[in-house]
Design a protein. Structure first.
Length: 373
């Protein structure tokens, strides 16, 4: 959002306190809250002065912004202030739930401000955001923010996504929206209720996040590597995570795949439902080490292997190319296209392998012969 408010937009009575060309003592007094102003005007003046060209005035205004009495803040933030002022204070009070709620409920608050905060507010404030369907439809970025917020209830996210799907809105900010939309189809959507008790789906999702995070801390980097290959040693945390995931719907698994860590994805990429597996491989947090492991895993569904094979950034990695050539689930044209990039000793191995398609083995042998001429 563009900051600050041009002086031309301020009330005439406030300009003398904010005009950078005016006397510095007057601006400093205003920055320290020593000018008799109403709460709304005070917040506006402090906002403008926080951008003052005089560093001392700006510093005083910023300090005062964060030390105003709660009563003044509450009264002022309920007023239809300029959206830029509300956006400014949303960052200042983000850890004060009561004040954040006032800003989120203020109709003058910009959709952009709500969308930015939807990513980081707590569970209760997520419910406040999600109940304003008019905003959600007007600014789908708010739904995307809620979806990516780990604090948002699964049931809340389901309602918001279902609203978007029902209104043919594409949530381009969700990496695997095709899978998300498919997973939500046909599920029972609970009506919005800010005070409702958490549903089983909410509990399963939150528990899975928590257990997966604990598992990753327990097993460390080496354990995660083993997880990716499906060779992790038995662990109570892992068994608990598998148990929680087994209770989850496809919509819950898809969101867990997108928001979880490598341990979550190591389980979900192997899910029997291909849209869950695809969501795991499409997660923004997927690392190169995961891709290397998945590309050599012949047990994964063909859709996951195909997705890896056509992802340009991943197929720049030599080991991924090598693994895909040896993986029989790689589309034949892609496997053949990688052969020209392989070293001679790897071509020799592939040409003699009984575990790759005959066409790949023969093509590897031909490449090897041409290089030896």
């Amino acid at each position: 959002m563009q900051h600050p408010i041009p002086l031309s937009e301020l009330q005439e009575s406030l300009r003398k306190f904010c005009d950078p060309k005016g006397p510095a003592p007057a601006r400093m007094m205003a920055a320290r809250g020593m000018i008799p102003l109403g709460p709304a005007d005070l917040l506006t003046v402090l906002y403008v002065l926080s951008f003052d060209p005089d560093a001392n005035v700006a510093a005083s205004a910023k300090e005062k912004c964060t030390s105003l009495p709660p009563g003044i803040m509450e009264g002022a933030l309920k007023v239809a202030l300029d959206a830029r002022v509300l956006d400014f204070y949303a960052d200042k009070v983000q850890h004060d739930d009561a004040l954040m709620e006032i800003i989120l409920l203020n109709h003058a608050t910009a959709d952009e401000t709500v969308a930015r905060n939807a990513k980081r507010v707590n569970e209760h404030l997520c419910e406040i955001v999600a109940t304003n369907e008019q905003r959600l439809l007007r600014s789908p970025e708010i739904i995307e923010g809620l979806y990516h917020n780990r604090s948002a209830r699964m049931s809340t996210v389901n309602r918001a996504v279902e609203l978007a799907v029902r209104n043919n809105i594409q949530l381009t900010g969700i990496a695997a929206f095709k899978e998300v939309a498919a997973a939500i189809q046909g599920e029972l959507i609970i009506e919005a209720d800010v005070e409702q008790v958490a549903l089983p789906s909410d509990v399963f999702f939150m528990d899975s996040l928590r257990i997966g995070d604990a598992l990753e801390q327990e097993i460390g980097a080496e354990g995660v590597e083993a997880e990716l290959d499906g060779e992790a040693p038995s662990s109570m945390q892992r068994e608990s995570l598998e148990s929680e995931i087994s209770k989850m719907s496809n919509a819950e698994k898809v969101r867990l795949a997108l928001l979880g860590n490598a341990s979550h994805r190591a389980l979900l990429v192997r899910d029997a439902n291909k849209m869950v597996a695809l969501a795991a491989i499409k997660a923004p947090a997927v690392k190169d080490t995961e891709v290397v492991a998945y590309s050599r895993n012949k047990a994964l569904c063909e859709d996951v292997v195909r997705f890896i094979a056509y992802e340009k950034d991943w197929t720049k990695l030599y080991q991924v190319k090598m693994n895909l050539v040896e993986n029989p689930k790689t589309p034949l044209p892609r496997a053949l296209s990688f052969l020209s990039h392989l070293r001679a000793n790897d071509l020799k191995t592939i040409s003699r392998s009984k575990n790759v398609p005959a066409a790949v083995a023969q093509a590897a042998a031909n490449y090897l012969k041409r290089r030896q001429i």
